[in-house]
Every structure is written in C-alpha cells, then in structure tokens.
Write a protein that binds this ligand. Sequence first.
Ligand SMILES: C[S@@+](CC[C@H](N)C(=O)[O-])C[C@H]1O[C@@H](n2cnc3c(N)ncnc32)[C@H](O)[C@@H]1O
Length: 218
Amino acid sequence: MPTHQSLAGSTDEELLRRMVDTHADRYGDTFWAFFTARVAPSLPTRPVIVDLGCGPGLLLRDLGLRYPSASLHGYDITPAMIAYGRQLAGAKLTLELHDVTAKPLRHPAGSVDLVSMSSVLHVFDEPLPVLAEIRRVLAPRGIFLLHDWVRQPLETYMAYRRDVIGETGPDAMRRGFRLFPVHNKYTPDDWRWLLAEAGLALRDHTQLRASHQIFVAG
Ligand SMILES: C[S@@+](CC[C@H](N)C(=O)[O-])C[C@H]1O[C@@H](n2cnc3c(N)ncnc32)[C@H](O)[C@@H]1O
C-alpha cells in the first residue's frame, strides 16, 4: 500500500519539516477560537486525549498547555515524527509508533474524551474500520475532532499550492497533479456521510481554511 509520504512524493524528513513549519498557521487563533467555543465545553478538566496520526506532536503539546492535567497520547506510523515529538521540551506526551489501520488502540472502550485526527483520514483506503475503532474508545460524551481536506476544483487547488504553500516550478506541478486525487477525495457531504455511517453524530462543522473542513462528532 502506498504510504502517506510516498503519495506526497516527500521523504519522512520533508513531511516532518512541513508539518512543523506550518503548525503555527494551521493551529492559530482561528482554530483555538473554534476549539474554545465548540469543543472545550464538552471536555472534563482532566481529559484523556488521543491524536491519531499525530505527526510531530505539536497539537498535543499545545493541548497540554491548555489542559495541564490531561493524559495526552499520540500515535503515528512514521518514526521521524515520533522521535521529534519525544524531544519536545516540557511536554508530557505518550507517543507511540502505531499504524492505526493495522491494530486496535490500547485504550479501553469508552475511555477517551477527545480523539483528534488532522489531515490523516483521507489517506486510508478504508476509513470505516478506523472510525469504528475511534467510536469504540470514545467516552459517552467524548468528541471526535476531524480536520481534513475537502474537494476543490483543480484550478483552485493548484492556485492554493502555488500561493499558500508557495510551491512553484515543474517538480511542484508534478506533485500537485499527483496529490490532487489524494487531497480532493472527499466533499464535505462525503465526510458527513462517513461519520454517520460510522455511527458518529455530527455536533458541529465549519471551514477554518479554504482547503479543509473541521467536524465535531461523537
Ligand atoms: C499530513 S501529516 C499530519 C500530521 C499531524 N496530524 C498534523 O496535522 O500536524 C499525516 C500524518 O499521518 C501519519 N500517518 C499516515 N498513515 C498512518 C497510519 N496508518 N497510522 C498512523 N499514522 C499515520 C503520517 O506519518 C503523518 O505524520
């Protein structure tokens, strides 16, 4: 099966660098305003939080600053991501190498208050078994926060890569065409259908960036 990185035409190190470099933009004031209004009110003061495909662990680090008593767990298939997260200063994170499509999570049923998945689910050939596992571990009032790509016209997508990501030249054009079907797989309706199909009730959703939608389900 092609990996996320091979689909992206990037090495692990390049993807890691991109995730780190874009983190502050992706998880800036707009994201935290949404989180504070739509997610935080449902969380206990000592939440158990899981980030699937956590990348370099920076979202978990930021959540730890807001919830100092939280239990924070990140899972990723890429060793370089886990290694980066493990050396983050001051963050008390449990980070493990783990393929979420291959094995169940080690969390008991009904034990997790927040599961986050950001720019990961679109990669999987079969998203429903992963969603079933998320539903299994969620606490009765638990939240699944899904943030992922939504379909855009080719022209808009290529302009986004050029103007927002800053990619230009023949290699960038090749990568844009290769990634177009990967990033533009699901419409917002498709995501809603997938969540409903997995038995996850949609509580909220919005578009914080032109390329992505965020869904609050549980
Ligand atoms: C685009 S990055 C997003 C990283 C992070 N969520 C963020 O927003 O910064 C996608 C991540 O998903 C991870 N990933 C891809 N397939 C995975 C799998 N089957 N199990 C766990 N992680 C996976 C990749 O290694 C990569 O770190």
